[in-house]
Design a protein around this ligand. Structure first.
Ligand SMILES: [Zn+2]
Ligand SMILES: [Zn+2]
Ligand SMILES: [Zn+2]
Length: 167
């Protein structure tokens, strides 16, 4: 069993739930995907491997993964909740291209320190923070400069998660 599987098993046992092959498969597919998946995205991937798994099972399992600390919720402003790996992954923040939906992950110790200092100044205890910067990626800026029309259907889907190297 991998470390992640052990964490998950411990969590579902604490909740009085049983280990099932469906839950195992959902965890496995989630861990294999280095992306910011919504529950619909994950459902689509899981269904390819086991068509008998329902969307509700995928949704509930994702909730369990978050509770267990294996997944974390991220929101990109498209009204959907996306999930990414959380276990032993360093904290990072996101830049989102409003044109093509590309998501760039970044980490800045200076920025984190400033946020902590601001919180301390206001005697505020931080439990979580989500920093998201919206704008245009370099490809889309170049395309604009050249007068090429970008993707006409901007989808805030994680097509490319560049900057993965920072984790
Ligand atoms: Zn941050
Ligand atoms: Zn872009
Ligand atoms: Zn991320």
């Amino acid at each position: 069993m991998t470390e992640e599987q052990q964490v998950f098993l411990k969590h579902i046992q604490q909740k009085g739930l049983k280990r099932t092959s469906q839950r195992d498969l959902i965890l496995d597919v989630f861990l294999r995907t280095e992306e910011h998946l919504s529950s619909e995205d994950l459902y689509r991937l899981v269904k390819q491997e086991d068509p008998s798994i329902g969307q509700t099972t995928v949704y509930r399992t994702l909730k369990l993964l978050s509770e267990a600390g294996l997944a974390r919720e991220v929101r990109f402003g498209d009204g959907r909740t996306h999930y990414e790996h959380n276990y032993k992954h360093q904290h990072h923040d996101h830049m989102i291209c409003s044109e093509c939906g590309k998501i760039i992950e970044f980490f800045s110790a200076e920025l984190e320190a400033i946020q902590d200092a601001m919180a301390a100044k206001h005697k505020f205890e931080v439990t979580q923070h989500l920093l998201r910067i919206i704008g245009l990626c370099s490809d889309c800026r170049r395309a604009r400069k050249l007068g090429i029309k970008g993707d006409a259907t901007p989808q805030l889907r994680s097509k490319v998660a560049s900057g993965r190297s920072i984790r």
